[in-house]
Write a protein that binds this ligand. Structure first.
Ligand code: ASP
Ligand code: MG
Length: 418
């Protein structure tokens, strides 16, 4: 079981969490719980680091930011004990959760689970702080923001859990953001691949990396709400959204438990910015010259378009980077103006990326064209397009985000009937 920051924000909410955990254990299950820091706490700790030293040492940053989860894991163990349960906390360094050394963005390598399993078999509920681990040189590491989801999946894989229930402030994965489209529907199931695409294009239900890990390790993941009343159905009845393999999805469809859909979800992301380099020489190596320095600075480039056909052997190159990296990217490119040989650099952070995702489109033509038509019918201009086997993304003006999401939700027949 994993509980996010909103569910852990304060002793009152931790008591609700403890009751959910106790109910699960009372069904005869051995339970390990992974927790986040209280909502807002990690941001607060990050700010302390910035104030203390703007050029902070990532190893010491990890010592500071990992503390939020230490507090909530201890508090949950205490609260469970107050309810009469046997419970104890296991900090990242105590298990330990071994990670690579990359501070602030470490990856889990392995988890020593013998002691953990022995204690669970003895009837003790294990409470594990998410987000934190230990490097080979014995220092505290953290897994990157939102990393508790990944901790939960990694623990589930290590102890071969029957299921990894991710309790959060929404009751599942929706066809789109319900704050934008009131008729958004909760999905009973989505595939790992779809969830991976949805997570990476801005549906913030799960950390992207946790989905990749679950897929690789075959962990059964359910996303469900921690804000439930007394008579709510138990997690074993799968009230949330299950993340499943393609084969399981086919079975669900055959059994009539899921409808076969072309599009599973529509996501939006306003956190990207666009960069246009004009009049780049149209010759081998030109694009490599642009993207190598960005890669070296760990700046993730997403959509890329290169226009051909300008005269005099020149082309414009357009691409997107995270908004938070825009200033750095711009400075890096300016520095290499001579080497790359562009004329002007134009940036725009008022853009949004809208993505339609669905495994159905693997075997179906026309999903892209109906997207483009639906948008054009409402006068929405497409500035760039990118695709994968199960996703089509377009870049549009940020002001048109909500309209585009609504139009597409209707166009693909996703609106809930009432
Ligand atoms: N507390 C960490 C964060 O806010 C990890 C997590 O909650 O997933 O990023
Ligand atoms: Mg989270």
């Amino acid at each position: 079981m994993k509980f996010g920051g909103t569910s852990m924000a304060g002793t009152e909410r931790i008591r609700r969490v403890a009751n959910i955990v106790r109910a699960q254990a009372a069904r005869g299950d051995q339970v390990a719980v992974v927790v986040s820091a209280m909502a807002g706490e990690t941001d607060r700790l990050v700010n302390f680091c910035r104030e203390a030293n703007p050029l902070y040492d990532p190893a010491e940053y990890d010592v500071v930011v990992a503390s939020g989860e230490q507090v909530t894991s201890g508090l949950l163990a205490l609260t469970l004990q107050a309810l009469g349960c046997k419970a104890r906390s296991w900090l990242g360094w105590q298990l330990p959760i071994h990670t690579i050394e990359a501070h602030a963005k470490a990856r889990v390598e392995s988890i020593d689970s013998d002691a953990l399993i022995a204690s669970m078999e003895a009837g003790e509920i294990a409470v594990i702080p998410g987000f934190q681990g230990l490097s080979a040189d014995n220092r505290v590491t953290t897994l990157g923001r939102g990393g508790s989801d990944t901790s939960a999946v990694a623990v589930a894989a290590a102890i071969k859990a029957d299921r990894c229930d991710i309790y959060t402030d929404v009751d599942g994965v929706y066809t789109t953001d319900p704050r934008i489209v009131a008729k958004a529907k909760k999905q009973k199931a989505v595939t790992y691949e779809e969830m991976l695409e949805l997570a990476s294009v801005g549906a913030k239900v799960l950390q992207t990396r946790s989905v990749g890990l679950a897929m690789k390790e075959g962990v059964r993941v359910q996303v469900l709400s921690s804000f439930i009343g007394e008579g709510a159905p138990p997690a074993d009845d799968l009230p949330g959204t299950m993340i499943v393999s393609d084969e399981e999805m086919d079975e669900l469809v055959e059994k009539g438990l899921m409808e076969r859909q072309l599009v599973t979800g529509i996501a939006h992301d306003k956190n990207e910015a666009k960069i246009i380099l004009t009049r780049v020489p149209d010759r081998p190596g030109a694009v490599a010259n642009i993207f190598e320095p960005l890669a070296a600075a760990s700046i993730n480039v997403d959509m890329i378009i290169q226009n051909v056909g300008r005269d005099k052997g020149e082309t414009d190159v357009t691409f997107t980077v995270p908004q938070s990296d825009l200033a750095r990217a711009q400075a890096l490119l300016e520095d290499r103006r001579g080497e790359i040989g562009f004329n002007r650099i134009i940036t725009d952070s008022k853009i949004a990326k809208i993505s339609v995702v669905g495994v159905g489109m693997k075997s179906h033509a026309g999903v892209a064209s109906s997207m483009f038509r639906a948008l054009s019918d409402r006068g929405i201009n497409i500035q760039a397009i990118s695709t994968s086997e199960i996703k089509i993304s377009v870049m549009i003006d940020e002001d048109e985000t909500e309209l585009a999401v609504r139009v597409l939700h209707t166009a693909y027949g996703l609106d809930a009937q009432d």
